[in-house]
Design a binder for this molecule. Structure first.
Ligand SMILES: [Zn+2]
Length: 393
């Protein structure tokens, strides 16, 4: 059931009361003092834009509210574009309308919103961010979010059992983070740090079929939805959760994976010179203008690098392997399962897999599905000791 049912123009006035109620609940949550709005209504709050000073939002049928007071500012039925910009203080300005607010809530009453060439459904919050920037948060039903997510995370042309496994992992992850971040402004980021979501433009029939045929199904460990992390390709062995995150995740246990061998991401290479390396590592506080040498420290049981010793002209520093990867870039150093050789001032990395390697292996799921496994078997092979079922809470 939709929280914000589409309102026919005929009965708009009759439906106003619950809409306003939901709206105020939304405001309360955004200010951090009403934790159950998103959870109770099965909506998800997705951070789709940050680090911008202005954003253009277009839609046919856009209703705009002051997010703090709840005041309806205007309703447009025609196609209109609006430019929101960060005020010099902690507010957002709507250019051309002389409207200033601590934040705006936009409702798409007609077509989807268009932002930067992408389309988004239902609701947007446009807020001042912490770095004198703007944040745009899309609020939409969790199940619709999953339909749009598939073609950003994998491909809907993959075998249906692999798509269903991905849907359930993503649904469980979203549910877990929504609970975990109930007091924060958003539930999930739309980038690789959480789950990649690019709006409604990538929705298609196969993604929707996978979502509908697994509706409500999640992954449970001892009755609770799990922290169902995943990565593109584990490189032959998944990593245990304790090497990536602080906490106790008994279901995130490293295991062999023979199904991602055919992945185009199974083996990778990357080269960078000593100056470039120093520049990248400088963002993490590593001193020096040129790296002279690297030494690999301990490795986890899955052979992932836990520590890197960096020699520059100013001395030697040791940093965790996962920080080393983050500083070089997740698309450059594709995993921490690597070896490195120095030659003529260049560092040549060779590695296995793409991503942190913990939990579900996307390319492995594809391989398992092609070998005839169903989605339950796939998920249970990557998450230890779990059950797949409908959420009964
Ligand atoms: Zn794998």
């Amino acid at each position: 059931m939709r929280l914000f049912p589409r309102v026919n123009r005929k009965n708009r006035s009759q439906r106003l009361t619950p809409r306003i109620l939901y709206f105020f609940l939304g405001i309360a949550l955004s200010w951090g003092f009403a934790p159950s709005f998103a959870e109770g209504r099965d909506l998800i709050r997705v951070l789709i834009l940050r680090d911008v000073s202005l954003v253009k939002v277009s839609a046919e049928g856009l209703n705009l509210f002051d997010m703090k007071t709840g005041q309806s500012l205007f309703k447009n039925r025609k196609f209109t574009s609006h430019l929101f910009e960060r005020d010099s203080g902690a507010r957002v300005r709507l250019r051309g309308q002389n409207l200033l607010a601590p934040g705006f809530l936009a409702e798409s009453a007609g077509s989807h919103f268009r932002i930067n060439g992408r389309t988004y459904r239902d609701y947007l919050r446009i807020l001042p961010g912490p770095n004198r920037d703007l944040w745009v948060i899309n609020i939409l039903p969790l199940e619709e979010y999953l339909v749009g997510l598939i073609n950003s995370e994998i491909s809907s042309q993959w075998p249906m059992e692999a798509i269903k496994a991905q849907v359930i992992a993503a649904r469980t992850y979203a549910f877990y983070q929504r609970t975990n971040r109930a007091g924060e402004l958003y539930d999930v980021d739309s980038g690789v740090s959480d789950q990649v979501y690019g709006g409604t433009g990538k929705e298609d029939a196969r993604s929707r079929k996978a979502v509908e045929e697994t509706r409500g199904e999640m992954i449970f460990y001892q009755g609770s939805p799990i922290f169902s992390v995943y990565s593109a390709c584990c490189g032959g062995k998944t990593e245990s959760g304790e090497y990536m995150w602080t906490g106790f995740f008994p279901y995130l246990r490293g295991a062999e994976c023979v199904f991602c061998l055919d992945s185009p991401h199974f083996v990778w290479n990357y080269s960078i010179d000593g100056e470039g390396l120093a520049s990248a590592l400088g963002g993490g506080g590593v001193s020096g203008s040129r790296v002279l040498g690297l030494e690999i420290g301990d490795r986890s049981p899955s052979r992932r690098v836990l520590a890197v010793s960096i020699q520059s002209e100013t001395g030697r520093q040791i940093i965790p392997g996962k920080d080393f990867r983050r500083l070089l870039g997740y698309d450059q150093l594709r995993s921490t399962n690597f070896i490195v050789k120095e030659n003529g001032g260049f560092f040549h990395f060779s590695g296995l897999g793409w991503g942190h390697g913990v939990g579900f292996c996307q390319w492995g799921a594809k391989g398992m599905a092609e070998a005839g496994a169903d989605y339950r078997t796939i998920l249970k092979s990557y998450y230890h000791g779990v059950e797949i079922g409908k959420n009964r809470r």
